[in-house]
Design a binder for this molecule. Structure first.
Ligand code: UDP
Length: 370
């Protein structure tokens, strides 16, 4: 068989590149996925209770890019959702990212006020300070605060999530949830935020709904690679698998997500509640919040992070540290020798991309090849 464009992986990056090639270059695309559904880890479905569930954990879309927002808006309407997360610290619910409101939840008003004044004096109002930066301050009170937040918010959560401490990982990992010197309790501040009204899967179906796109599920690249020819291959799977592990495995974290359904209207006070200190799971998501769906039931997911093991679970999070990056760079060197094969997405690029970055990465590649 011969196709113009073969896309391996029908997750967000594969869908975006397939969509743009089919729509704007009017070329044919075959997109395959080893799973039995499209959407990769953004896949969602509606449960009998009328609640939309994200099978791989909560996904909230946000971007500052007008271009990306308008691009997706061709395929979906949006529920204008702004995400909020609470963390349980010493049994108290506090806004995460830790902000000025969080200060007043855990400390006496006098101490909170003293720390608030010091934070604003040192860094300014409306500033975001990564915890690893805050820990470097020499002020005694700010140092006390930094150690408190480090231990209560980051250390336990990060060890559960990654099996590493914050300083053993690339600073961008904990830097994406900085201490926020603000009263803004939202998890994200991007200009455009929302959840597709009919769900991510429906949006993806629309993005793939072109006569020159064919989708084949339950099909992995190794099943077809000897029987297919292509002009171009877009590979969104794990780069090390493509190169048959010639430089060894790249490690990933995975998630064992347990879903629970209760016959009650509400379980918790926010869409997501983080448990840095207690339990073996990191967080509980309550799905009816995301599209404000009404039901007599509620559905929760509890995320138990675990090591990725081939055949047991999925690669979800690349583990960003210098050693892994160095190994990835060897694979990248191999990739650069090929002239009609492109690697993209979280696994192709071995990067901790969120949805916005995943789309931006696919757009960059599209602009290169078009
Ligand atoms: N993090 C943490 N405590 C929290 C929230 C986040 O330690 O309450 C750290 C943790 O290392 C986590 C990272 O910040 O992996 C990024 O958090 P985010 O919520 O962005 O993770 P994702 O939704 O991508 O799993």
């Amino acid at each position: 068989m011969k196709v113009q464009n073969l896309v391996v992986g029908c997750g967000l990056s594969g869908i975006v590149i397939a969509n743009r090639i089919a729509k704007e270059l009017n070329q044919e695309v075959l997109i395959i996925d080893s799973k039995n559904h499209i959407g990769g880890t953004c896949y969602d479905y509606k449960d009998d209770s009328g609640i939309t569930v994200h099978q791989y954990g909560p996904h909230i879309f946000r971007t500052n890019s007008k271009e990306i927002w308008h691009y997706l808006s061709e395929y979906t309407e949006w529920y204008p959702f702004m995400h909020r997360v609470l963390g349980i610290i010493d049994g108290i619910e506090v806004p995460i990212p830790f902000n000025l409101n969080s200060l007043y939840k855990v400390f006496s008003p006098q101490l909170a006020q003293k720390l608030e004044i010091k934070l604003i004096e040192k860094f300014g109002f409306n500033k975001k300070i990564p915890i690893l930066e805050l820990r470097k301050t020499d002020d005694k009170d700010l140092n006390f605060l930094a150690e408190y937040i480090y231990e209560k918010v980051f250390l336990g959560y990060t060890i559960k999530q990654w099996n590493y401490t914050p300083e053993q990982l690339d600073p961008s990992v904990t830097g994406s949830v900085p201490v926020y010197i603000s009263r803004d309790d939202r998890y994200f501040q991007e200009k455009y935020q929302g959840i597709p009204k009919a769900g991510y899967t429906k949006m993806f179906e629309q993005m793939l709904n072109y006569p020159n796109i064919r989708v084949r599920l339950n099909t992995s690249y190794k099943d077809i690679k000897d029987s297919i020819e292509f002009d171009r291959l877009f590979y969104t799977g794990a780069i090390e698998e493509f190169f048959e592990y010639k430089y060894g495995k790249l490690p990933y974290r995975s998630l064992n997500i347990k879903f629970e359904k209760y016959h009650q209207k509400k379980f918790q006070n926010a869409p997501v509640v983080n448990y840095p200190e207690n339990y073996d799971f990191t967080r509980i998501a309550e799905y009816k919040y995301f599209l404000n769906e009404k039901s007599e039931d509620t559905i929760l997911s509890l995320e138990y992070p675990e090591e990725f093991e081939q055949g047991k679970n999925d690669r979800i999070y690349p583990i960003l540290n210098p050693e892994n990056q160095e190994k990835y760079n060897k694979y990248l060197g191999e990739a650069q020798k090929l002239n009609n094969v492109y690697f993209l997405g979280r696994l192709g690029a071995y990067r901790y991309y969120d949805m916005n970055r995943t789309i931006a990465n696919a757009f960059e590649l599209f602009n290169e090849i078009k």
